[in-house]
Design a protein around this ligand. Sequence first.
Ligand code: AMP
Length: 119
Amino acid sequence: MSASASEQDCVFCAITRGDIPSDRVYSDDQVVAFRDINPQAPAHLLVAPRRHVASIDQLRDDEALLGRVMSVAVRVAQAEDLAESGYRLATNHGRDGAQTVPHLHVHVLGGRALRGRLG
Ligand code: AMP
């Protein structure tokens, strides 16, 4: 099956394939986790499915993959030793959601006291 135009142009598809480098902390057959290139906190990682999905809005009915991504996000947060102090999981969809990379990813943020308000 040939890749769609969006997959060919997608930076996170390239990262999950290993075609462009990333600081990878976890990978399995469905999901990859890597450090954000522009961290907003001492720990800032991204968890993305290997399959190209534009955002969580397109994954509504795929509970298995949704669960997998969230489960890996928690695993990554724990591996970063964030469980005791706390962490935030966040995912953005679309323009008003401030999504900049149109391939689903969950941010794992921690290592400092995050502000209580979102946005
Ligand atoms: P969002 O605004 O939710 O779409 O978040 C996209 C995130 O991807 C931002 O935090 C960027 O810093 C991060 N990012 C963009 N390109 C890369 C890259 N090549 N490697 C790691 N993180 C990246």
